[in-house]
Design a binder for this molecule. Structure first.
Ligand code: FES
Length: 579
């Protein structure tokens, strides 16, 4: 297929650099102030590099130097690199939760691209929210864009045991609470669980969303599985730089890549990798920005037909992302489920997804299982509905004890996280393994920002009895590295008066994952009485970004975008005027 190429005069950046007028004189003279000559920019695409490096972002520590490899590639291909720092959204350090700021980075990315003299962009992200945020911004900006995933860190290690991000933090924390780990061993676990730069190396939100970026067609083939510390990652970075220059000449924009089929592919792969529950929220937001009608039902349909075949923790019980890479990585997994994929979807390579995965081999079929030998027979996530969650909620059945997939038990309700934290370890807490722990006021508005509180701690008295899983229900999210019978994203959330606000301690709660139901056994008349007594809480913020957030954030089943950022909200924003 011959691709029509842009001419240099058609480059967007030429609006800044080419005219013979006073403003363009200013742009050229300030470029020269930085030591550049016209040879650096005339006739060359200017490539923005949105870099989410910061001193508070351990997962992107290598971006400080990796960006030089991207620049090398851009220069080799005849482009002009322009690095633009963007919010780094460190999952570990940023409080109250990075989800409060995903849309702020999305706005940051969109406006950085719109306002600067750039023709295309390399998006450098990886730590949880950075992937969806950068892609959201790039979709709305509309310029040719390619995603550079930070890549997972190396496996953790402690006394010869492999440690997985998050998953082993929860696991060993419970052992410590049970009095089985000493102070000095605990410090050694701290030192061993994150021993290189890169993202969490379980199939958490970071690994999931990097895999989603690749499946959507927004990264080079195989890019998302490469460990951050592997030399292949450096070569992938410079190749990404080379490729974006050609994408500009080809005018290969996200709009041409992010079709409805591309999102169905992403949902299919999400199920097969044992994705983070957060994938649902982010993919819905991304799809809506790209103008595609994707919702919870699309996840539900995929969940019924695509099994989990990536044996990666927390759905799997043994392997980590480094093993996944050695086993063939995402192209090998996609090849296993090729019949479920729309293989003619276009990607940043200019080729189809089917062409990109042609010849991909699996080198370890215990890590990447064949479809006939899955680690879980259905997809990773299930969407439940009922009188507790009329607009849906989510469970990850592949990562919870099978006995809880059908369960009834009395509710133990906590109105907020502090009251739960204060009570959960009390010896006199009235709780058994059958109790359904409920946390409310932890959703998009109530959290605020929908923190990852959904994996509520098992009460200490039960931990001491050896209990390690029980049913937990909330309008919060949970980390993709978490596990257990946690029902999340209850919509509408309790803070705005969803039915979760009405449940009381002692009510019987029933879930049936096979039938996709979640209900409290309370009559409609009684619920109406409780609703009449319910009082709307005060808004969380009275000024600043949080004030804007609470007025415009949408619910989890709608992707938690700001209403005014959705593509359908109003007319497209034009190019900036240059006067
Ligand atoms: Fe950055 Fe997990 S903390 S990816």
């Amino acid at each position: 297929m011959t691709v029509e190429k842009k001419t240099p005069a058609e480059l967007r950046s030429a609006r800044w650099f080419a005219p013979d007028d006073l403003r363009a004189f200013g742009h050229r003279s300030r470029a020269m102030q930085m030591g550049y000559a016209p040879e650096d920019w005339v006739g060359r695409p200017v490539i923005a590099i949105l870099n989410t490096w910061s001193d508070a972002q351990p997962c992107h520590m290598h971006f400080k130097t990796r960006v030089e490899d991207v620049k090398r590639g851009i220069l080799q291909a005849g482009g002009f690199p322009m690095e633009l720092p963007a919010l780094s959204l460190s999952e570990s350090f940023l409080k109250p939760t990075t989800m409060l700021y995903r849309n702020l980075l999305a706005m940051d990315a969109e406006e950085l691209l719109r306002g600067h003299p750039v023709d295309g962009v390399v998006l450098m992200g990886g730590c949880d929210k950075t992937t969806p945020a950068l892609l959201l911004g790039a979709i709305s900006a509309g310029l040719p864009a390619i995603y550079l995933p930070a890549g997972p860190m190396l496996r953790g290690n402690w006394k010869g045991k492999v440690l997985g991000s998050g998953s082993d933090a929860w696991k060993y924390w419970d052992e410590r609470r049970a009095g089985k780990i000493s102070d000095s061993d605990w410090v050694d676990v701290e030192a061993g669980i994150a021993r290189s730069y890169g993202t969490c190396m379980t199939m958490g939100t970071a690994a999931t969303m990097m895999a989603m970026a690749e499946t959507l067609g927004m990264t080079l083939p195989a890019a998302s599985s490469i460990p951050a510390a592997d030399a292949n990652h450096i070569r992938m970075a410079s190749e990404t730089g080379r490729r974006i220059v050609d994408m500009v000449w080809e005018d290969l924009t996200p709009k041409k890549i992010l079709t409805h089929d591309a999102f169905l592919n992403a949902i299919t792969v999400a199920m097969a990798v044992g994705c983070s529950t957060n994938a649902i929220i982010h993919l819905i937001a991304l799809a809506r920005r790209a103008g595609q009608d994707i919702g919870l039902d699309d996840f539900e349909r995929a969940s019924r037909k695509v099994p989990v075949i990536a044996n990666i923790r927390p759905s799997g019980d043994k392997y980590l992302m480094e093993d996944f890479f050695y086993a063939g990585g995402l192209p090998a997994l996609m090849a296993q489920i090729r019949d479920h994929l729309h293989r003619d979807a276009l990607t940043v390579t200019g080729k189809t997804l089917g062409q990109n995965i042609e010849g991909a081999e699996t080198y370890n079929d215990d890590v990447i299982r064949p479809v006939k030998n899955p680690i879980y027979a259905e997809g990773a996530l299930a969407v439940l509905r009922g009188n507790l969650a009329p607009d849906g909620c989510v469970i990850k059945p592949s990562a919870c004890a099978p006995k809880f997939l059908k369960h009834s038990g009395p509710a133990l309700v906590f109105d907020d996280y502090p009251s739960m934290k204060a009570a959960i370890d009390r010896d006199d807490l009235d709780v058994t393994e059958d109790t359904v722990l409920i946390l409310r006021n932890a959703g998009p508005q109530g959290g605020p920002g929908m923190p990852e509180w959904g994996m509520l701690p098992i009460p200490a008295k039960l931990v001491k009895q050896g209990v390690r899983d029980m049913v937990r229900l909330s309008d919060a999210r949970m980390s993709g590295t978490s596990y257990g019978a946690c029902i999340l994203h209850v919509s509408p959330e309790s803070y705005i008066g969803g039915p979760l606000a009405l449940v009381r301690t002692g009510d019987m709660v029933s879930l049936d994952v096979d039938r996709r139901t979640i209900n409290m056994n309370v009559s409609d008349e009684e619920l109406a009485r409780r609703r009449a007594d319910w009082k709307k809480p005060e808004p969380r913020y009275e000024r600043g970004y949080g004030w804007m957030f609470t007025r415009h954030i949408m619910q989890a089943n709608d992707g938690c975008d700001f209403d005014f950022l959705e593509t359908a909200f109003g007319a497209p924003v034009g190019e900036p005027s240059i006067y």
